[in-house]
Design a protein around this ligand. Structure first.
Ligand SMILES: CC(=O)N[C@@H]([C@@H](O)[C@H](O)[C@H](O)CO)[C@@H](O)CC(=O)C(=O)O
Length: 382
């Protein structure tokens, strides 16, 4: 079985502190059997202060340099085809177009949970980031790269690399094996990563259910800018709306971005002051979610609630079937027509039964019609 992991996007997620901003996605598409593209080097976007690696003299981003060789087809002996289990970069450009044109999503969060960032090597993470920046140039508004890792040094390498390629921001989760035991220790870790890319807006990615680090975000934010001057905001992937509300309430004087990451509860978070959203479902429900954001903006709360309930109906349905990153990838493939490939171990590919059920539900909720389906997925309509 050829396994080609790729990254996630937003649906990936609104990274801008503007309430009406399109939700950004997280995750990287993976594809099977398509030719990988060697990522272009150098910085991409909006004249950000970055320089190419070649121009940085002695600056070494070890993992990222190794990859340059690994992806030369003539050396890999694969004749230009992605080997089993490898990332296929060639779909990222198409996926950018799909997000922008079909889902109205212009901000992405790369190498996060949906993109299985923690299951990739450092070299792969660099390549994925580069490909998104290259292909997103002049198309996407913001590209935030998740650079969290268990090793502080690796996290710093990734942060430096993100700055060099011209990303718009970096995000970091709490280290989750040897864990920080209190707020100060966590801040010390985050501060060291942020210092590796001081010009890049820095986001803390709060996802306690996966990291096991339960330090409240509200506590962490208290005085954080004194320690991390580039601190820009929070990606809050937790259902504790008391904690989230207090983050907003206690930081009203600051221009922080509060990006909410529980898609089925987004409306509640908007009421509390969320400035954007980052989530897996925006990969395929981006347009629907935008309608909810727009209804909320124009204070049409009844419509906004209808949209949220509709989205909840779908999420509630798939959660009962068993829903995670693998299933998200299957739905992304179904809706976009762009092959995401299977997830990487220890995750298992979603079952055909799951995909069939999810497809039927999407159609019954009018989230998907046969005319939405791309050539590659037409058989799903028969
Ligand atoms: C645990 C998890 O995967 N949470 C998702 C949500 O979008 C989640 O899939 C959705 O709310 C459905 O429960 C996001 O918060 C993850 C995310 O933003 C990312 O891929 O980094």
């Amino acid at each position: 079985q050829g396994q080609v992991p790729s990254s996630q996007l937003l649906g990936s997620r609104s990274c801008a502190p503007v309430r009406s901003q399109t939700p950004a996605l997280a995750g990287t598409p993976r594809a099977e059997g398509t030719p990988p593209v060697r990522p272009a080097l150098g910085c991409g976007r909006r004249g950000r202060n970055c320089s190419s690696r070649a121009g940085r003299g002695g600056h070494v981003v070890r993992g990222c340099r190794d990859k340059e060789r690994a992806w030369e087809p003539e050396r890999s002996g694969t004749g230009g085809l992605a080997a089993a289990g490898e990332i296929n970069f060639s779909v990222i450009g198409r996926y950018v177009d799909y997000l922008v044109e079909e889902q109205g999503v212009k901000n992405v969060f790369v190498n996060g949970t949906t993109g299985e960032g923690l299951s990739l090597s450092i070299s792969e993470r660099c390549q994925v980031a580069e490909e998104w920046v290259t292909k997103g140039k002049n198309k996407l508004d913001q590209i935030v790269i998740h650079v969290g890792a268990l090793s502080l040094k690796e996290s710093q390498e990734l942060a430096q690399h993100a700055a060099e390629i011209g990303a718009d921001g970096i995000a970091v989760i709490a280290p989750f094996f040897l864990k920080p035991w209190n707020k100060d220790v966590l801040i010390n870790f985050l501060k060291e990563v942020a210092a590796a890319a001081p010009a890049l807006p820095f986001y803390y990615y709060h996802i306690p259910a996966l990291t096991g680090v339960k330090i409240r975000a509200e506590e962490l934010l208290d005085g954080i800018q004194d320690k991390i001057p580039s601190f820009q905001g929070l990606k809050f992937s937790d259902t504790d709306l008391l904690d989230f509300g207090q983050c907003v309430d206690q930081n009203r004087q600051r221009q922080f971005a509060f990006l909410f990451g529980v898609d089925e509860q987004l409306l509640s978070a908007l009421v509390m002051g969320a400035t954007g959203a980052v989530g897996s479902t925006y990969n395929y429900l981006g347009k629907k979610t935008k309608q909810m954001l727009e209804a909320f903006e124009r204070k049409d709360f009844s419509s906004a609630l209808n949209h949220q309930f509709c989205i909840q109906r779908f999420i509630n349905f798939v959660v009962k079937l068993g829903f995670g990153v693998s299933q998200t990838k299957a739905i992304m493939t179904l809706v976009s027509g762009i092959p995401m490939g299977p997830p990487r171990l220890p995750l298992q590919k979603a079952s055909r039964e799951f995909t069939d059920n999810a497809e039927a539900k999407l159609k019954s909720l009018d989230f998907l019609s046969c005319t939405d389906l791309k050539d590659g997925n037409m058989e799903a309509c028969s």
